[in-house]
Design a protein around this ligand. Structure first.
Ligand code: ATR
Length: 279
């Protein structure tokens, strides 16, 4: 029997990553002979760690915090969606051993919103919280869904203004500070800040919630994140966490590597049940 094809997620820290479990379930479901592990690589070791992995027969990697931007110069070629995101979360090795950098985070969010949650973004007023790497990665795919308006709000207002300016050619997007949002009801609010990771919620006036408003936290946890708790407490009609985005971005990476699309609904159900047991 041929040795299994090798894949990994690289990050620092990485111990709690769900990616090995997700790709293990994909491989099982599609009968692919592969192993997928988590590799802890410190920032100073990124270039050598990546080189070693591929020199030893590695076929592809997922890239997570804090390496998503730093791997860009280590790739031989970038897909357009990685270029616009300014970040790489997937690397594949082609038949000529060149490393191709791609980004599946945006399509992961879009698939979770539109297919799993059956939300329509077209013609809606959308608020995106945050102006860091996570927000940047989903801006172009969100604007491609043709919202009526997309407002990027951030604690540091200048970053929101600059990000909106960068993406102005993609659709109707503008930047703002949180205080400026008072009185403006949105139909979809997506949290792309790191606030949930610090147990915090961006200082949002409750009036940002329109009559019918859906809230989505790109962060995922076993228990409701602070943003999801805030959304529920202030009457959002739905509040979701980013497990579906995580599974969908993984599925798109799997497709890039193996040419097969796993059944994400089945995998999501398994993970949700495991999370309920753990929580
Ligand atoms: P990432 O790549 O994860 O997006 P980042 O570039 O450090 O990381 O950006 C983190 C984002 O979360 C920023 O939008 C940050 O706001 P600032 O630009 O004002 O720093 C936002 N953020 C982090 N902690 C926050 C908090 N407690 N409240 C509101 N926003 C927060």
């Amino acid at each position: 029997m041929q040795p299994a094809d090798r894949y990994a997620v690289i990050g620092h820290p990485i111990a709690h990553s769900l990616s090995p479990r997700i790709h293990g379930l994909f491989a099982q479901q599609t009968h692919q002979h592969l192993v997928y592990t988590a590799l802890d690589i410190e920032p100073g070791q990124l270039a050598s760690g990546l080189r070693d992995f591929f020199a030893n027969g590695g076929c592809g990697v997922n890239v997570t915090v804090p390496h998503k931007e730093a791997v860009i110069p280590l790739c031989d070629q970038l897909a357009e969606r990685a270029r616009s995101a300014g970040a790489v979360n997937t690397i594949l090795r082609d038949s000529r051993d060149r490393l191709l950098g791609d980004n599946t985070d945006g399509i992961g969010l879009v698939r979770d919103l539109t297919r799993n949650l059956r939300l329509s973004v077209a013609g809606r007023r959308v608020l995106l919280l945050g102006a860091g790497g996570a927000a940047r990665g989903v801006l172009a795919p969100l604007l491609a869904l043709q919202p009526l308006e997309l407002v990027v709000a951030n604690r540091t207002v200048e970053r929101a203004l600059a990000l909106a300016h960068t993406f102005s050619a993609y659709g109707p997007v503008r930047g703002a500070g949180y205080a400026q949002l008072d009185g403006s009801g949105f139909e979809l609010i997506i949290n792309a800040t790191a606030a949930s990771l610090h147990g915090q919620v961006p200082p949002l006036p409750p009036s940002v919630l329109g009559g019918t408003c859906i809230c989505y936290d790109m962060v995922y946890g076993h228990a409701a994140t602070p943003f999801v708790q805030w959304a529920r407490a202030h009457g959002a009609s739905q509040a979701h966490m980013g497990l579906g985005m995580l599974v969908e971005q993984a599925a798109e990476s799997f497709f890039l590597w193996r040419g097969l699309r796993p059944d994400t609904a089945g995998v999501l159900a398994v993970l949700a049940a495991e999370s309920a047991d753990a929580g």
